[in-house]
Design a protein around this ligand. Structure first.
Ligand SMILES: Nc1ncnc2c1ncn2[C@@H]1O[C@H](COP(=O)(O)OP(=O)(O)OP(=O)(O)O)[C@@H](O)[C@H]1O
Length: 244
C-alpha cells in the first residue's frame, strides 16, 4: 500500500473571544503513530474536531493525500477514510456490541452481510469476540471504549484519531489497549493520531509526539526530545505529567 499523509497546514480555530488553535501544522503518515499531548485546554480535542469537520477553521487547510478535507462535512470526511473516537463514549446502549459496530460499517456503505463480517473481524481483533451479543449499556467502561475503537475501525479508515482512549481504564485494560493499538499501523497500514493524558501509554506507543500549549505548537519530535524540551517542561510544570 502506498504511503498517504494526513496534513494539517497552518490551522487556526476561533471560538468567541478565544483562539483555540493558532497556526498549528502537523502531519501523520499511514503506518505511524503520532501522539498529541499538552496540558488541559491546550487545543488537542479541537484539533481532532477540526480534522473531522466538527469545528470550522478560521485559517489553514487540512488534506488527506491529494484530497482537501477542510470545507467538507463530517460525513464526507469520514468517507475519505478518517475515523475518530470521542472523549465521551458514544455507543448505542440498547443495541448489541455487534450491532453497534455493524452500524459503523453500514454507514460507510457496506451491505449487511459485509458489515456483519467486518464487525466480527474487528471485534475479534480487539478481543471482544465473547461480547458480541451483549448490550452496549451492560459493558464495563473499558469495554465500551474498546467498542468505540471497533466502531471507528469498522469504517476501514486510513487515519484513526483517538481522543483519550485509555481514560478510565485500569492498568490491565490500558496494557491490552496499548498492545492492540501498537499492532494497528502494521496490520492495517493506518495512521494513528492519539490524545491521552497517560504519558506511559503515549511514550511507549508513539513514534512521534506533537505538543500543544494554549493552542500553539511548542515542541515536536520523538519522546526523548519532547521530554527534555524546556517549553514542554515549562508547560507541564508542577503537573509531573511528562515523566512517564
Ligand atoms: N465549542 C467550544 N466553544 C467555546 N470554547 C471551546 C469549545 N471547545 C473548546 N473550547 C475551548 O478551547 C480551548 C481548547 O479546548 P480543547 O478541548 O481543545 O482542549 P484539550 O487540550 O483537548 O483539553 P483537555 O485535555 O482538557 O481535554 C479551551 O479553552 C476550551 O475551553
Amino acid at each position: 500500500m502506498s504511503e498517504t499523509r494526513l496534513a494539517v497546514n497552518d490551522v487556526s480555530v476561533e471560538f468567541t473571544g478565544l483562539r483555540a488553535l493558532d497556526h498549528v501544522s502537523l502531519s501523520v503518515l499511514t503506518g505511524e503513530v503520532v501522539g498529541l499531548i499538552g496540558p488541559n485546554g491546550s487545543g488537542k480535542t479541537t484539533l481532532i474536531n477540526a480534522i473531522t469537520g466538527q469545528v470550522k477553521l478560521a485559517g489553514g487547510t487540512i488534506t488527506a493525500g491529494d484530497t482537501r478535507l477542510s470545507g467538507l462535512s463530517p460525513r464526507e470526511i469520514a468517507l475519505q477514510g478518517v475515523s475518530r473516537s470521542f472523549q465521551i463514549v458514544r455507543l448505542f446502549n440498547t443495541m448489541t456490541v455487534l450491532e453497534n459496530v455493524e452500524a459503523a460499517a453500514l454507514a460507510k456503505g457496506a451491505s449487511l452481510a459485509v458489515a456483519t463480517e467486518r464487525a466480527k473481524g474487528v471485534l475479534n481483533e480487539l478481543g471482544l469476540a465473547a461480547k458480541v451479543d451483549e448490550l452496549g449499556e451492560s459493558l464495563s467502561y473499558g469495554d465500551k471504549r474498546r467498542v468505540e475503537i471497533a466502531r471507528a475501525l469498522a469504517a476501514e479508515p486510513r487515519f484513526l484519531l483517538l481522543d483519550e482512549p485509555a481514560a478510565g481504564m485500569n492498568d490491565a485494560e490500558t496494557e491490552t489497549l496499548l498492545h492492540t493499538l501498537s499492532e494497528l499501523p502494521k496490520t492495517r497500514g493506518l495512521g494513528l493520531l492519539i490524545i491521552d493524558h497517560d504519558m506511559g501509554l503515549i511514550m511507549r506507543l508513539c513514534h512521534r509526539l506533537h505538543v500543544l500549549a494554549t493552542g500553539r505548537t511548542i515542541a515536536e519530535g520523538d519522546a526523548a526530545h519532547v521530554r527534555s524540551h524546556p517549553a514542554v517542561i515549562e508547560a507541564y510544570l508542577g503537573k509531573g505529567a511528562v515523566h512517564a
